[in-house]
Design a protein around this ligand. Structure first.
Ligand SMILES: Cc1cc2nc3c(=O)[nH]c(=O)nc-3n(C[C@H](O)[C@H](O)[C@H](O)COP(=O)(O)O)c2cc1C
Length: 383
């Protein structure tokens, strides 16, 4: 008898056929080389995840332009060299029947300017300005139509590079408060031009980016959207009930799937700490989105085991389930569970410390407290 019939039921995602419905959701590990290219260390990490049995891997965010960065060793995809360095990993995934998706990212006002010296781009004046890291020059600019046109070109260029490198699919990061998500949210977008006002007008920029990518790639690569369904700010911010028309518009412009996430910088603690209330809120948000579209809907957030994934699929909350930290803690979680070796899975503690590593100047990358392959150094302690 098949142990996980829902997880192993075939799924068509755009042009892809997935061998199972678990994907490794994006995790920026800050292990790119000094030019923002795929390093051997980072490729080795992803090969381990690919070999661990999940149906698809979404790489951590790739910055689409040198003017938008967050970490010195974050991945980038804006020139031929970046694309060339991605090729071996993309073909490794294809050869193992585990498609590798590239997530394209513009950090917007949540970026850093330490490495760029450039103003941060925002749809409107940020209400809350994130604290400045030491030595960081920081200023922001409300995007005018020229900025919007320039960023559209950057997304199209990055998508063309992803296609040329052999990416299985592109994911646009339109969640978690970054640029595309900040246009969608009433908390960060208070524009009075054609890019603000109603939910659909706030989605105009994202819809244009999708169209530009289809043009630049001649429709040769599918595009998915990681959609921020809830800023966790209540009525002041993005909420699932505002997004029905946006999801239908994304379907009309040919997006292949919607992958949900929640929270923005001010509320990241909700994404990182799995309280029962927050898990419920995310799940209800995903269910609301799914009710508005016939596209496959996925989400990542607090799924710890294949049993949980199986039940989320069985109750039709989503069509595919992302796991980030659980697969980080044990790259072989899927393969072990499918083989009936659930008790051998090393369980994630969901303490959020891997997320804290990203902002820890004493560390060179993101670590884990469980996985022996990248155990956090002993002397690093969080309160
Ligand atoms: C260290 C770390 C890095 C992350 N990097 C990204 C990223 O690059 N892009 C993104 O969309 N989400 C990123 N996320 C969010 C995850 O994709 C995911 O939504 C979140 O961890 C909740 O899922 P989980 O409970 O399965 O870990 C990151 C999360 C962590 C912990």
């Amino acid at each position: 008898m098949q142990l996980y019939p829902e997880v192993t039921a075939p799924l068509r995602l755009g042009r892809l056929s997935l061998k199972n419905r678990i994907y490794f959701a994006p995790m920026g590990l800050d292990m790119a080389d000094e030019c923002g290219g795929m390093s051997e260390e980072l490729a080795r990490f992803y090969r381990g995840v690919i070999d661990g049995g999940c149906g698809m891997v979404v790489l951590g965010n790739s910055s689409i332009d040198p003017s938008t960065r967050l970490h010195e060793r974050g991945l980038c995809l804006y020139d031929d060299d970046h694309a060339r360095k991605l090729e071996p990993l993309l073909s490794y995934g294809a050869s193992r029947n585990c498609p590798v998706v590239i997530q394209l990212q513009h950090y917007g006002a949540q970026g850093g300017s330490r490495f760029t010296g450039m103003p941060l781009l925002a749809p409107s004046a940020p209400k809350k300005y994130p604290p400045r890291a030491s030595g960081e020059y920081r200023t922001w600019r409300i995007m005018d139509v020229h900025d919007i046109a320039a960023v559209r070109r950057q997304f199209a260029n990055a998508a063309r590079l992803a296609q040329s490198a052999g990416a299985a699919m592109i994911q646009l990061q339109a969640s978690n408060g970054y640029l595309l998500g900040s246009f969608l949210s009433p908390y960060t977008n208070r524009r009075e031009d054609a890019y603000g006002g109603s939910a659909l007008r706030r989605a105009r920029f994202l819809l244009e980016v999708v169209g530009d990518i289809h043009d630049a790639t001649r429709g040769g690569i599918d595009v998915t959207v990681r959609l921020g369904v809830d800023d966790c700010l209540g009525p002041e911010g993005q909420e699932p009930h505002l997004l029905g028309g946006v999801v239908r518009a994304l379907e009309r412009v040919g997006v292949a799937a919607i992958m949900c996430s929640m929270s923005i910088r001010e509320t990241f603690h909700y994404l990182i700490h799995p309280t029962l209330a927050m898990r419920r809120r995310l799940i209800e948000g995903v269910q609301h989105i799914r009710a508005h579209t016939s596209l496959p809907v996925g989400f990542a957030g607090f799924t710890a085991s294949m049993e949980q994934a199986e039940s989320l699929l069985a109750d039709r909350t989503a069509d595919l389930i992302g796991m980030t930290r659980a697969i980080f803690a044990d790259n072989d979680l899927v393969a072990k569970s499918l083989a009936g070796r659930q008790s051998a899975v090393e369980a994630c503690h969901f303490d959020g410390n891997c997320f804290r590593d990203k902002a820890n100047p004493a560390l060179d990358r993101v670590y884990c407290c469980v996985n022996p392959k990248y155990k956090r150094p002993e002397h690093i302690r969080y309160a």
